[in-house]
Design a protein around this ligand. Structure first.
Ligand SMILES: Cc1ncc(COP(=O)(O)O)c(C=O)c1O
Length: 390
């Protein structure tokens, strides 16, 4: 029943459409998906290979191997200023962690009611909330700059609200929330004993702003903040399915139980390579970030040149989320028509919630050539639409 109640993933739907069209020999440019064009750095691949060759091909603890948990602890202490111990860490794919955390926090439901607040526009948290047996409640981000609106969050919170998702840097808005915004949210949640699920998948991709981890506000070990991290975007490892959660020991223990009864554990060689990445590859992250910043500048410049699109200031992640002003189409029709007529794929803003309508999401995780070609096609689409309208 629950699976029939939710939609499939909008980005994977577009990926499939793009693949179908390419299989027919059409030259489609995809600006739809957030998947880095870079390969995983060689030293990380070598670490996985060495691990496999040395015989690390068996089950491990569901929490993760000790070297990796130690590396996670040290990384979040140093970089995120979260006062974690090893017991506060667990290794699992970030996307799965969204669901696993919800299943763990379901224990906190009051009288069987489990409401979870999720940003609008925001990443696809509503579906896992429904799958876990909870009720998603959307809170709107500031209409002009997608900031956190604490009054809106308070209005949407009830005594059944057990957790609030926050995502900074944000997919799709690119907004990086300030320390003040996050501190306000933390104080409210601490007072009302509401968990914050802080999705920091894009922590390393910020342009001229500082990334602040909500978990750094906790006085000592993690308590109400559950922090989700990913190696996917920082190290170009989307296919490895590598991420981790830092949370209070009880939540980590419940996630562990969830893993024991589902995937058992993640491949040991992927864990070993992830530990290697966390310990040794800060310089690589910096070089990727620089290259994304160049792509981001190019993307903003090109979008500014398109009549009919209003570029937003891109603060983080690798997405532009411009407003469009074609009144006769909604964002789904627009994305469909662009793919159909010009062979360029973007995601419709509506996929990210009702407040995303009127926007499209353009990913600049691809190469400079793809960005140039894709945005030329977007421009052609808008020029033709404007000519028709005039
Ligand atoms: C905001 C956000 N959170 C989580 C994820 C999932 O990350 P992963 O692919 O590492 O599981 C993504 C992936 O695009 C994302 O954009």
């Amino acid at each position: 029943m629950r699976l029939t109640a939710i939609e499939g993933s909008p980005s994977l739907e577009i990926v499939n459409l793009v693949l179908q069209r390419r299989a027919k020999g059409e030259k489609i440019v995809s600006l739809a998906v957030g998947d880095p064009s870079f390969s995983t750095p060689k030293e990380i691949i070598d670490a996985a290979y060495e691990s496999m060759k040395s015989g690390e091909v068996h089950y491990t603890s569901s929490y993760g191997i000790p070297e990796l948990r130690e590396a996670i602890k040290n990384k979040v202490r140093k970089k995120n200023r979260i006062q974690a111990e090893i017991e506060n860490t667990i290794f699992l794919t970030t996307k799965l962690s969204v669901y696993a955390v919800l299943v763990a926090l379901l224990e906190e439901a009051r009288g069987g009611e489990f409401e979870v607040l999720t940003p609008d526009p925001g990443y696809f948290y509503s579906e896992p909330i429904v799958l876990s047996g909870g009720t998603p409640v959307r809170y709107r981000l500031g209409s002009e700059d997608f900031s956190l609106d604490l009054e809106e969050i308070k209005r949407k919170s009830t005594n059944k609200t057990r957790a609030i998702f926050v995502n900074s840097p944000s997919n799709p808005t690119s907004r990086v929330h300030s320390k003040d915004e996050l501190e306000g949210l933390y104080e409210f949640c601490q007072k009302n004993r509401i968990f914050i699920i802080s999705d920091e998948a894009y922590e390393d991709l910020v342009y001229g702003k500082e990334h602040v981890s909500v978990g750094s506000f906790e006085e000592s070990q993690p308590d109400i903040v559950v922090s989700l991290f990913s190696l996917s975007k920082s190290y170009s490892m989307t296919g490895w399915r590598a991420g981790y959660v830092v949370a209070n020991e009880r939540v980590v223990h419940l996630i562990n139980k969830f893993l024991e009864h589902t995937v058992t554990c993640f491949p040991p060689f992927i864990q070993r390579a992830s530990a290697f990445a966390l310990k040794n590859c800060e310089n690589i992250i910096a070089s990727f970030r620089e290259q994304y910043e160049r792509r981001r500048n190019l993307t903003m410049q090109r979008i500014k040149e398109i009549e009919g699109l209003e570029v937003n200031h891109i603060e983080g992640a690798f997405y532009a989320f411009p407003k469009f002003n074609l009144h006769k189409m909604n964002s789904i029709e627009l994305a469909r028509n662009m793919l159909e007529r010009e062979g360029v794929a973007v995601l419709p803003g509506l996929a990210f919630g009702p407040a995303g309508e009127g926007h499209i999401r353009i990913s600049f995780s691809g190469s400079i050539d793809e960005i140039e070609e894709g945005l030329t096609r977007v421009k052609t689409f808008f020029s033709k639409e404007h000519m028709l309208a005039s």
